[in-house]
Design a protein around this ligand. Sequence first.
Ligand SMILES: Cc1cc2nc3c(=O)[nH]c(=O)nc-3n(C[C@H](O)[C@H](O)[C@H](O)COP(=O)(O)OP(=O)(O)OC[C@H]3O[C@@H](n4cnc5c(N)ncnc54)[C@H](O)[C@@H]3O)c2cc1C
Length: 421
Amino acid sequence: MAQAPHNFDVLISGGGLVGLTLALALDQGGLKVAVIDRLPAADLLEETFDGRATAMGFATYRMMQSLGVASHIGEVQPIEQILVSDGRISSPSRKGGPSSLTLHFDHRETGAGDEPLGWMIENRRIRLALDKEAATRSGITRFAPDEIDDLRIDTGQVTARLKSGKILTAPVIVGAEGRGSYVRKKAGIRTYGWAYDQTGIVTTVAMENSHQGVAHEYFLPTGPFAILPLMHHRANIVWSEKTSRAKALLAMSRPDLEQELARRFGDFLGAVKLDAPVWSYPLSMELAATWAKPRVALAGDAAHGIHPIAGQGLNLGLKDVAALAEVLVEARGLGQDLGDLAVLERYAQWRRTDTMTLAISCDAFVRLFSNDIAPVRALRTLGLGIVDAIGPARRFFASHAGGAVGDLPRLLRGERLGANA
Ligand SMILES: Cc1cc2nc3c(=O)[nH]c(=O)nc-3n(C[C@H](O)[C@H](O)[C@H](O)COP(=O)(O)OP(=O)(O)OC[C@H]3O[C@@H](n4cnc5c(N)ncnc54)[C@H](O)[C@@H]3O)c2cc1C
């Protein structure tokens, strides 16, 4: 016998960092939400799930506060300064570490008062906090482990049949399943992009000396190398290498890998020891041709996967959440159909310029900095020097890093949304 459908205001396929944050925001606005994830919630909360930590900009962190998530996260490491340098690996005459030519961003230049540039938070802690908060919300129903087996997009509603046999309906569905988005494919939305022939090696290290809240990014000839401060004299490392070289590094013993790390760090942070397993991610750019179709919206990596060079991928996804939730809650208040293309296009237009600017800039930076060609090196050294010397240019980049650029949705201003505020 066919099961009776469960009716919702919004279906979210993918309950990762973006999908679950969106569910919380929509619930705060009084909407009834279903979140479907193919993995059991317990797997996503495992310490070994992924080694990533996020440099969350001050604006996106404000949203976590407004949604009641920040209080569950616990200790977070403020980022006081970012130092970008055209670094070199050590040689007999030089000891690694940041080069003398650095571009320097300071939180006092963003105009955001006492807020730091951002906060370093281990992704596992964010997932745990989202999970804890979602469990308190009666408007959120989670289906996991489960996934959509068949999706029908009709004139008046979407109908999702899950692998478990359950049937869910709503006026709109959001694809938030990351880069391989099922909803995106089902809606016939194409993607554009390319692979970088780089692999991101991710781990956490413990250091002898204090990092003093400074995030370092060295542009090395084979790819960017980021040292991102964590609590307790630790740092998350995002080390982009040519894929062939990364394979060799990943095959090394831990002591040999520590030596390779030390060559890149230099000695200004004292001895460096691995403090976690080592993960790796193939790096690519993947942009969806559109983020809105009738009854379908995309958010997070399902809409735009970018290189981690600027640590902005999740921040972009969280900004999507703030804009999409505001548009849908407003539409409900006005009695509009949530799946109407005119409603969903308002969201897509709101996010397009910021996302495209960032995606194109990240791509340009990867190409400009991942090489050792002398004239290009001279040009970028000049470029870094010029930006560093001009206060407004520095402030522009610092505000971008904090995520506070353009017409900010209410959640990114630290306000609450709608009925359950
Ligand atoms: C090395 C590295 C470092 C990074 N560092 C930063 C940083 O410092 N700052 C930052 O802002 N960003 C960073 N990013 C980017 C960030 O990790 C991603 O942008 C972010 O994880 C995207 O979140 P998401 O929820 O959109 O997708 P995902 O994290 O991919 O989550 C997708 C969810 O959907 C589920 N799913 C998948 N398919 C289906 C399906 N068919 N049905 C149901 N569920 C499904 C998955 O189980 C998962 O839970 C980094 C990325 C990399 C690779």
